[in-house]
Design a protein around this ligand. Structure first.
Ligand code: S3P
Length: 440
């Protein structure tokens, strides 16, 4: 990808208008994968056409699914759970951890050899969190030092079903194990001590697979399904991504005079920790027209400029807002008083070490931070902010957080590379400009 540097100056007037953010990334990946595993034809509307999801589409094609576009609708002719075919070449998952990890679960129980790689960011991310449990199915994984991509997967036929308790709160790991279970013989069980996003469970049910979810005595969840399972093609409507909506929302809260409406945003309660947190900070964030679309709760979000105050975010909230901490930290930098964001260890293994990169983003722009173990403390507004050069480490959310910082800062913020925004939010700068951000 060609590098795309950008300098962002303070917005001259409030952000105004109505907009819609691209489709949910988690749901988009799953819709393509599950449709490929189904029998029949699935039509997906609202699919996120970002780089990450396009890599998933390419991979599912390479495994034998037929994927075409009919205007804005994506049409997938599936192959069934046990009828994928060996890919002729290496599967390149680009920047996407979700694509790589979920696909590992699918490939573990397909009786052929696959080789998977990704870009420099993805090749540095841990895959053992999925290969350790998935190896118990009988599949063999050969990865680089430290369990990194590229990795070869020798899938197994007659896979053993797994019973697995997640050692980290990760929807990707949960999903990988459940996807392996679709083509295993018998009951697969995943226990998660803290609930993580449940799009896999919801969408498997949508495709006709019985998935049992029980709340355990410690408050965690036990999820079970029985293989071999049969998925029947069903149309999917993808809601707007709350993790993408986070950027115009925080920008509107920070830029004086803003009043913005974002329509059709996914409001699954396992994704909305940021919205709760912003309200606790005094943010004027209103949900209108709440409804169910494509099996997921959706609403329109009206957000108005607000004077924010510091907040304490408990560690158990992290899974419901795991991708939102960089932009929340930006909001905290402009808030009155101290904020304490707790339990951020998983941020270290995202597209970048997001804890270190978020600290650097704030520090270089004059906002004081302290890291205590896995907690990030942001010391709120004191003096002028901005004027820094942000290094984004191939991380789309770092880049968008830096842009939001620049819109609210006193001095311009420069960003080394905004090209990776394409992975999750194509048209981000144009959308912000349509609201009046004035980014050149
Ligand atoms: C995702 C799960 C989360 C999140 C990622 C998408 C998913 O990752 O950060 O952007 O779609 O399942 P983890 O499972 O690593 O927490």
């Amino acid at each position: 990808m060609n590098q795309r540097p950008l300098t962002v100056s303070r917005a001259l007037s409030g952000l105004q208008g109505t907009t819609r953010v691209p489709g949910d990334k988690s749901i988009s990946h799953r819709s393509l994968m599950f449709a490929a595993l189904a029998t029949g034809q699935t039509r997906v509307s609202g699919l996120l056409e970002g780089e990450d999801v396009l890599r998933t589409a390419d991979a599912m094609r390479a495994l034998g699914a037929t994927i075409t576009q009919d205007g804005d609708v994506w049409v997938i002719d599936g192959r069934g759970v046990s009828a994928l075919s060996e890919p002729e070449d290496v599967l390149d998952m680009g920047n996407s951890g979700t694509a790589a990890r979920l696909l590992s679960g699918i490939l573990a129980t397909q009786p052929f050899l696959s080789v998977m790689t990704g870009d420099a960011s993805l090749r540095s991310r841990p895959m053992r969190r999925v290969t350790v449990p998935l190896s118990e199915t009988g599949a063999v994984f050969e990865a680089r030092e430290g369990g990194r991509l590229p990795m070869a997967i020798r899938g197994t036929c007659g896979a053993k079903p797994l019973t697995y308790r997640l050692p980290v709160a990760s929807a990707q790991v949960k999903s990988a194990v459940l996807l392996a279970g679709l083509n295993a013989q018998g009951q697969t069980v995943v226990e998660e001590p803290v609930a993580t996003r449940d799009h896999t469970e919801n969408m498997l049910r949508h495709f006709g697979v019985p998935v049992a979810v029980d709340v355990m005595t410690d408050g965690g969840r036990r999820i079970a399904l029985t293989g071999p399972a049969h998925l029947s093609a069903r149309d999917v409507v993808v809601p707007g991504d709350p993790s993408s909506a986070a950027f115009p929302i925080v920008a509107a809260l920070l830029v004086p005079g803003s009043d913005v409406l974002i329509t059709g945003v996914g409001l699954n309660v396992l994704r909305t920790g940021l919205f709760q947190t912003l309200r606790e900070m005094g943010g004027d964030l209103e949900v209108l027209n709440e409804r169910i679309e494509g099996g997921e709760p959706v609403g329109d979000l009206r957000v108005r400029y607000s004077a924010l105050r510091g907040v304490a975010v408990p560690p158990e909230r992290a899974p419901s807002m795991i991708d939102e901490y960089p932009v929340l930290a930006v909001a905290c930098a402009f808030a009155e008083g101290e904020s304490r964001l707790q339990g951020l260890e998983e941020l270290r293994v995202k597209e970048s070490d997001r804890l270190a990169a978020t600290v650097a983003l704030l520090d270089v722009n004059g906002a004081a931070t302290t890291v205590e173990g896995d907690d990030l403390i942001v010391h709120g507004l004191n003096g002028e902010l901005g004027g820094g050069h942000v290094t984004t480490h191939m991380d789309h959310r770092l880049a968008m957080s830096a842009v939001v910082f620049g819109l609210a800062a006193h001095k311009p913020v420069s960003v080394d590379d905004t090209a990776f925004i394409e992975t999750s939010f194509p048209g981000f700068v144009e959308l912000m400009n349509a609201l009046g951000a004035g980014i050149r």
